[in-house]
Ligand binder design. Sequence first.
Ligand code: AMP
Ligand code: ZN
Length: 116
Amino acid sequence: MDGCLFCKIAAGEIPSKKAYEDDLVYAFHDIHPLRPTHVLVIPKRHIASLAQVSAADEPVLGRLLAVAQKLAAENGSTDGFRCIVNTGRIGGQEVPHLHLHILGGPAPVGPMVEKI
Ligand code: AMP
Ligand code: ZN
Protein backbone atom coordinates (compact mmCIF):
# COMPACT_ATOMS: atom_id res chain seq x y z
CA MET A 1 0.00 0.00 0.00
CA ASP A 2 1.37 3.44 -0.95
CA GLY A 3 2.93 5.25 1.97
CA CYS A 4 2.93 2.23 4.30
CA LEU A 5 6.21 1.94 6.24
CA PHE A 6 6.11 -1.85 6.59
CA CYS A 7 5.09 -2.40 2.94
CA LYS A 8 8.22 -0.42 2.02
CA ILE A 9 10.34 -2.50 4.40
CA ALA A 10 8.95 -5.77 2.95
CA ALA A 11 9.72 -4.48 -0.56
CA GLY A 12 13.28 -3.50 0.41
CA GLU A 13 12.59 0.19 -0.27
CA ILE A 14 13.40 1.09 3.35
CA PRO A 15 16.33 -0.71 5.00
CA SER A 16 15.77 -3.18 7.82
CA LYS A 17 17.77 -5.82 9.65
CA LYS A 18 16.27 -8.87 8.00
CA ALA A 19 15.74 -12.03 10.06
CA TYR A 20 13.72 -14.21 7.65
CA GLU A 21 11.71 -14.11 4.43
CA ASP A 22 9.50 -16.53 2.49
CA ASP A 23 6.70 -16.26 -0.05
CA LEU A 24 4.17 -14.88 2.48
CA VAL A 25 6.03 -13.14 5.31
CA TYR A 26 9.05 -10.94 6.03
CA ALA A 27 10.76 -10.72 9.44
CA PHE A 28 13.13 -8.06 10.75
CA HIS A 29 14.56 -6.77 14.01
CA ASP A 30 12.60 -4.05 15.79
CA ILE A 31 14.39 -0.70 15.55
CA HIS A 32 13.76 -0.06 19.28
CA PRO A 33 14.10 -3.52 20.88
CA LEU A 34 12.25 -3.94 24.17
CA ARG A 35 13.93 -7.27 24.99
CA PRO A 36 17.19 -8.91 23.81
CA THR A 37 15.08 -10.78 21.24
CA HIS A 38 12.60 -8.47 19.49
CA VAL A 39 11.68 -9.53 15.98
CA LEU A 40 8.70 -8.35 13.93
CA VAL A 41 6.99 -10.65 11.41
CA ILE A 42 4.74 -9.07 8.80
CA PRO A 43 2.65 -10.26 5.87
CA LYS A 44 4.29 -9.18 2.60
CA ARG A 45 0.86 -8.16 1.32
CA HIS A 46 -0.67 -5.18 3.10
CA ILE A 47 -3.14 -6.05 5.87
CA ALA A 48 -3.83 -3.13 8.19
CA SER A 49 -4.46 -5.08 11.39
CA LEU A 50 -6.11 -8.15 12.92
CA ALA A 51 -9.33 -6.11 12.81
CA GLN A 52 -9.23 -6.24 9.00
CA VAL A 53 -8.54 -9.91 8.28
CA SER A 54 -10.82 -12.30 6.40
CA ALA A 55 -10.93 -16.05 5.83
CA ALA A 56 -8.72 -15.57 2.75
CA ASP A 57 -5.92 -14.38 5.04
CA GLU A 58 -5.77 -17.64 7.02
CA PRO A 59 -2.66 -19.00 5.23
CA VAL A 60 -0.60 -15.89 5.97
CA LEU A 61 -1.93 -15.66 9.54
CA GLY A 62 -0.87 -19.26 10.10
CA ARG A 63 2.57 -18.57 8.65
CA LEU A 64 3.12 -15.58 10.96
CA LEU A 65 2.76 -17.87 13.97
CA ALA A 66 4.43 -20.90 12.41
CA VAL A 67 7.75 -19.10 11.91
CA ALA A 68 7.86 -17.62 15.43
CA GLN A 69 9.54 -20.61 17.11
CA LYS A 70 12.41 -20.67 14.62
CA LEU A 71 12.90 -16.90 14.75
CA ALA A 72 12.90 -16.84 18.56
CA ALA A 73 15.45 -19.68 18.80
CA GLU A 74 17.71 -18.23 16.12
CA ASN A 75 17.72 -14.84 17.81
CA GLY A 76 18.56 -15.71 21.40
CA SER A 77 15.30 -17.03 22.89
CA THR A 78 15.71 -20.80 23.10
CA ASP A 79 13.50 -21.49 26.13
CA GLY A 80 10.23 -19.84 25.15
CA PHE A 81 9.11 -16.47 23.88
CA ARG A 82 6.10 -14.15 23.79
CA CYS A 83 4.07 -13.12 20.75
CA ILE A 84 2.07 -9.89 20.76
CA VAL A 85 -0.18 -8.41 18.07
CA ASN A 86 -1.23 -4.88 19.01
CA THR A 87 -4.47 -4.06 17.20
CA GLY A 88 -6.03 -0.66 16.59
CA ARG A 89 -6.39 2.20 19.05
CA ILE A 90 -7.37 0.08 22.04
CA GLY A 91 -4.55 -2.35 21.36
CA GLY A 92 -1.97 0.43 21.07
CA GLN A 93 -1.00 -0.31 17.46
CA GLU A 94 1.34 2.37 16.10
CA VAL A 95 2.17 1.05 12.63
CA PRO A 96 -0.99 0.26 10.60
CA HIS A 97 0.38 -2.86 8.87
CA LEU A 98 -0.28 -6.13 10.74
CA HIS A 99 2.80 -7.33 12.63
CA LEU A 100 3.64 -10.02 15.15
CA HIS A 101 6.11 -9.02 17.87
CA ILE A 102 8.34 -11.91 19.02
CA LEU A 103 9.90 -11.03 22.36
CA GLY A 104 12.36 -13.00 24.43
CA GLY A 105 15.94 -13.52 25.44
CA PRO A 106 17.84 -15.37 28.15
CA ALA A 107 15.55 -14.07 30.94
CA PRO A 108 11.74 -14.22 31.31
CA VAL A 109 9.92 -11.51 29.37
CA GLY A 110 7.97 -10.44 32.48
CA PRO A 111 4.33 -9.88 33.42
CA MET A 112 1.85 -9.86 30.55
CA VAL A 113 0.19 -6.46 31.10
CA GLU A 114 -0.25 -4.24 34.13
CA LYS A 115 -3.65 -4.54 35.85
CA ILE A 116 -5.56 -1.24 35.63
P1 AMP B 1 3.14 -1.38 17.35
O1 AMP B 1 3.07 -0.43 18.49
O2 AMP B 1 2.66 -2.77 17.69
O3 AMP B 1 2.49 -0.82 16.09
O4 AMP B 1 4.68 -1.58 17.05
C1 AMP B 1 5.37 -0.96 16.03
C2 AMP B 1 6.82 -1.35 16.19
O5 AMP B 1 7.50 -1.03 15.01
C3 AMP B 1 7.53 -0.64 17.34
O6 AMP B 1 8.05 -1.60 18.26
C4 AMP B 1 8.64 0.13 16.63
O7 AMP B 1 9.84 0.18 17.38
C5 AMP B 1 8.82 -0.65 15.35
N1 AMP B 1 9.33 0.09 14.22
C6 AMP B 1 8.90 1.30 13.77
N2 AMP B 1 9.61 1.67 12.69
C7 AMP B 1 10.51 0.68 12.45
C8 AMP B 1 11.54 0.46 11.47
N3 AMP B 1 11.78 1.36 10.51
N4 AMP B 1 12.27 -0.66 11.54
C9 AMP B 1 12.03 -1.57 12.52
N5 AMP B 1 11.08 -1.44 13.46
C10 AMP B 1 10.33 -0.33 13.42
ZN1 ZN C 1 1.54 -2.06 4.51
